[in-house]
Design a protein around this ligand. Structure first.
Ligand SMILES: [Zn+2]
Length: 303
């Protein structure tokens, strides 16, 4: 079986004992918290990882800030908040994406079965892994910033179809700059949304923050000031200018404000449903409590 810690020779290093393998030196990158439930060993290219998943990890609630925010997920910036703050995709992620594209071009012209092709495959795999690690790092940093600053965070519900919406658009509303945006680079930056939301959900739960998911329909074309909703409001990818009241803002910030508003409305409705259901609560307490402690208001719509 596996055991963490106890080094057989050196005191400063961590060792893992794997049955049938023996003691393997590991770089433990953070202390283990909670009760270890499963341990798995995985390999990515030439790197090996020991992955621990733990139960009963103590929550680390953060002090209340009294602030709420809506967040818009984008390509140029991973996250834009309703306060106008932009948490960018790290620049080195785009640089690695370029190197990955070059490595894939190189791979494409290697002869099958050749030694050079084998090397090119390994290079592409290593760069893919690097992109994955950088994306995860960026997601952790952005999520931590949000969780530290806000008590309630509203984000758009992610659907797979959204992943490609602004690149190709639809028959009625074809996207802008399709060629520029539909490249490999874009797909790499795009795919970070799911990772980001997963990381954000974990951090919010641990910090005792409330996370609300809302339907993103029309949030990018509705004016955050007067509510006028036409697609012409969105002048360019970055620019929003209301046709009715003249309100001008960055398109992502305008969307984030709409997302925040939708989330707060949902939260209020959920609160009202909670109060109205008081007489029945005895009977349905278990289900209600489950939903309530989950802290996700959108669940209440299912009742
Ligand atoms: Zn307006």
């Amino acid at each position: 079986m596996l055991g963490l810690g106890v080094p057989p020779t050196a005191v400063a290093a961590s060792y893992v004992r794997l049955q049938g393998v023996g003691h393997v030196r590991v770089h433990q990158h953070r202390p283990v918290k909670g009760r270890v439930k499963t341990i798995s060993v995985k390999r990515e290219g030439s790197r090996w990882y020991v992955v621990l998943s733990c139960d009963d990890v103590p929550a680390e609630p953060l002090p209340a800030t009294g602030a709420v925010a809506g967040v818009d997920l984008g390509v140029a910036s991973l996250v834009t908040t309703s306060d106008g703050e932009r948490l960018a995709n790290p620049r080195h992620l785009a640089a690695t994406a370029d190197r990955l594209a070059a490595a894939q071009r190189d791979l494409a012209c290697r002869k099958r079965g050749s030694k050079r092709r084998r090397k090119a495959v390994a290079r592409v795999a290593a760069l893919h892994a690097k992109v994955r690690r950088q994306r995860l790092d960026g997601a952790h940093k952005a999520a931590l910033t949000l969780v530290r600053d806000y008590d309630v965070i509203v984000h758009e519900e992610l659907r797979i179809a959204n992943m490609t919406r602004s690149a190709s658009g639809t028959m009625e509303a074809p996207g802008r700059n399709v060629a520029q945006k539909s490249g490999l680079n874009r797909s790499i930056l795009d795919a970070g949304w799911g990772v980001f939301l997963t990381v954000l959900a974990h951090k919010a739960e641990s910090a005792g923050r409330e996370l609300i998911a809302v339907n993103p329909a029309d949030t990018s074309r509705t004016c955050a000031r007067c509510g006028h909703c036409v697609k012409e409001n969105r002048v360019t990818q970055a620019e929003f200018a209301c046709r009715a009241c003249g309100h001008a803002a960055h398109a992502d910030v305008n969307a984030a404000v709409n997302i925040l508003r939708a989330g707060l409305a949902l939260r209020q409705a959920a609160g009202a449903a909670w109060r109205e259901a008081a007489p029945f609560r005895e009977r349905r307490s278990h289900r209600f409590m489950l939903l309530h402690t989950a802290g996700i208001c959108s669940c209440l719509r299912d009742i």
